[in-house]
Design a protein around this ligand. Structure first.
Ligand code: TYM
Length: 331
């Protein structure tokens, strides 16, 4: 049985990018693997959230995990900060991670550009913390979206380096996973190639968005005046709409608009109306469950506690063994 580990940073409710890139796969994988899914709340400290925001965002992700069908009886569902063993492994891995390679990571370079006043050490060592999350359970597979590919490669580098340094084969090589298919990237509504919370208002559709909000966001999506001759390649914002439709709508709906595009008689207003209705129908079941789970604090507390205990069992074993391998031995 494979060991599967993955996490999501708590920045608020989850959006369709998180769902299709990660959460949907978590739900499929929990049936046949030993799964550890967590909320990456240590990681979110790199942006200095207020205590109230941090707590609220963690709750939103926990609720969304459950609303989407993560079963706390099948998978281990926990908060990263409930597993301090992760922080200890992070420390060990940092001793063996080099400034040059950390500075070259794309996500670090992006963050350094977008938050020049807060280029902290946590940002630089983000990939070592992520590697610790994964190898603390000796994972084989990591369901993530395309944007996490480079981080996974770093994880393999750190795991292999540890094995080499201590002449052991202790850590397996974890791979990014999407059921034998390419990792995916869900585009945003603002013409950018990635749906994401930090990409700006209106770019993302959240699992708990009201129908009126979804309609407004989709109708505002960037388009152009349409193709003028058959076979013309699609500009990025148009390609994005088609990709969203591919994820959300029925194949015949997609085909209808593809043909209209090819014949140069596409009406983007109609396409967006259809896409909005399909997004509303898709998110409907989540919205209802999110609503009822949010007010059930007792259940959420129980789930978090159960996850913490199960995760600790696995992590404590790894840390015990890693300490021995490194040479921290009891007298
Ligand atoms: P995060 O919180 O940015 O995103 C969570 C998951 O959602 C996926 N995702 C997307 N997939 C497709 N299209 C999109 N537009 C899109 N936006 C987000 C991400 O690929 C990710 O799978 N570093 C991680 C969190 C993390 C983690 C880990 C993941 C920390 N430790 C250990 C796996 C294993 C992150 O920031 O993801």
């Amino acid at each position: 049985m494979d060991i599967v580990v993955s996490g999501i940073r708590p920045t608020g409710n989850l959006h369709l990018g998180n769902y299709f890139g990660a959460l949907r796969n978590f739900i499929k994988m929990q049936e046949e693997n030993q799964c550890f899914f967590f909320i990456a709340d240590y990681h979110s400290l790199t942006t200095h959230p207020t205590p109230a925001d941090l707590h609220g965002n963690v709750k939103s992700v926990l609720v969304d995990y459950l609303a989407a069908g993560l079963d706390p009886e099948k998978a281990t569902l926990y908060l990263q900060s409930d597993l301090p063993e992760t922080a200890e492994l992070y420390l060990f891995l940092n001793m063996n991670a080099y400034l040059g390679e950390l500075e070259r990571v794309t996500s670090f370079k992006d963050k350094a550009r977008t938050q020049p006043d807060n280029i902290n050490a946590g940002l630089l060592t983000y990939p070592t913390l992520m590697a610790a999350d994964i190898i603390i359970h000796k994972a084989h597979k990591v369901p993530v979206g395309k944007d996490q590919e480079q981080h996974l490669e770093m994880t393999r580098t750190f795991a292999n380096r540890f094995n080499r340094l201590y002449k052991t084969e202790y850590f397996p090589e974890p791979v990014a996973y999407n059921f034998g298919e390419q990792l995916i990237k869900i585009p945003g509504l603002d013409g950018s190639t990635k749906m994401g919370k930090s990409e700006g208002e209106g770019n993302a559709i959240f699992l708990n968005d009201d129908p009126s909000v979804i309609r407004k966001k989709v109708m505002k999506a960037v388009t152009d005046s349409g193709p003028t001759e058959p076979g013309q390649p699609k500009p990025q914002p148009i390609e994005n709409l088609f990709n969203l439709m591919k994820a959300l709508s029925k194949p015949e709906t997609l085909r209808f608009f593809e043909e209209a595009y090819d014949q140069c008689n596409i009406r983007y207003g109609d396409m967006k109306k259809q896409l909005a209705e399909d997004a509303i129908a898709f998110t409907e079941p989540f919205r209802e469950k999110i609503e009822s789970l949010r007010s059930n604090d007792e259940y959420l507390r129980k789930v978090a506690l159960m996850g913490k205990e199960k995760a600790h069992e696995s992590a404590a074993k790894t840390i015990r063994e890693v300490r021995e391998i490194i040479g921290f031995k009891p007298f």
